[in-house]
Write a protein that binds this ligand. Structure first.
Ligand code: FPP
Length: 238
């Protein structure tokens, strides 16, 4: 049941942690956790758009994750090869524009081709966005953006740096959810997260339900977002 939520985040980002531990607790291989995580990811995306979210960003693979054992990475790439296009078509059918954030040159060529195809299919869409962070690291993103400015010989401003990030042109995340008990950002959206509300869940990602997402949104709706101003200033602006 969709609860009445007074203020839905325009942009929600999710660190999908805990797939491996969830699988291990069931005596299953980590790849099983990733597969279940991927199914849950799609369900949550659809629910978030139903609740009124405009942008979703999920952290699917970090630059640091690329140092994991070959077997685990191969499992993730196989998941991508087998399901990415089909799942992205399902989620984006409602007019959502897909963008992959990260240094895709670090991914296998056939996976890059799948990503290109999925992005191209939604290139004409606008209004709602879906970002999949793959081979993504916020420090790499920032260094890359700064180097672009150096090449142009232009001084960086907050606006020009923001525009040069993988998320350029999109609103910053209002809410970042991390599952899996850990309480850190792990090199995710470091610049964009400046004023994001943070929500941590002890649940492992495959068990983070639609109701848990609603709970996070209800918690978010209660937060006072002052962006450095006083309560009085915010009330006067309302
Ligand atoms: C971190 O948790 C999660 C990942 C490294 C991968 C997350 C990926 C998915 C949920 C789905 C795959 C999606 C695509 C697009 C390929 P962990 O698995 O390292 O958990 P742990 O901390 O319990 O080991």
């Amino acid at each position: 049941m969709v609860k009445k939520i007074t203020r839905v985040p325009k942009h929600v980002a999710i660190i999908m942690d805990g797939n491996g531990r969830w699988a291990k607790s069931r005596m299953m291989p980590r790849s099983y956790g990733h597969r279940q995580g991927m199914h849950r990811m799609i369900g949550l995306m659809e629910h978030a758009y139903d609740l009124g979210v405009d942008y979703i960003t999920v952290y699917a693979l970090s630059t640091e994750n690329l140092k994991r054992p070959k077997e685990e990475l191969d499992g993730l790439f196989t998941l991508l090869r087998d399901h990415f296009l089909e799942y992205m078509r399902k989620v984006c059918a409602r007019g959502v524009k897909l963008k992959v954030l990260g240094d895709v040159s670090l991914l296998p060529e056939d996976v890059r081709e799948i990503i290109r195809e999925a992005e191209a299919e939604t290139a004409g869409f606008s209004g709602k966005g879906l970002n999949i962070a793959l081979a993504y690291g916020a420090r790499e993103e920032l260094v890359r953006a700064a180097n672009e400015a150096v090449k142009k010989g232009e001084p960086l401003t907050e606006e020009s740096l923001s525009a040069a990030l993988y998320t350029g042109g999109q609103p910053d995340p209002d809410l970042i959810i991390r599952t899996g008990k850990e309480k850190r950002l792990s090199n995710f959206l470091l610049y964009q997260a400046a004023y994001a509300e943070l929500y941590f869940s002890d649940k492992m990602f495959p068990e983070f339900s639609d109701a848990d997402l609603e709970k996070a949104f209800v918690d978010y709706a209660k937060r006072a977002r002052r962006f450095g101003k006083t309560d009085e200033q915010c009330k006067a602006e309302d």
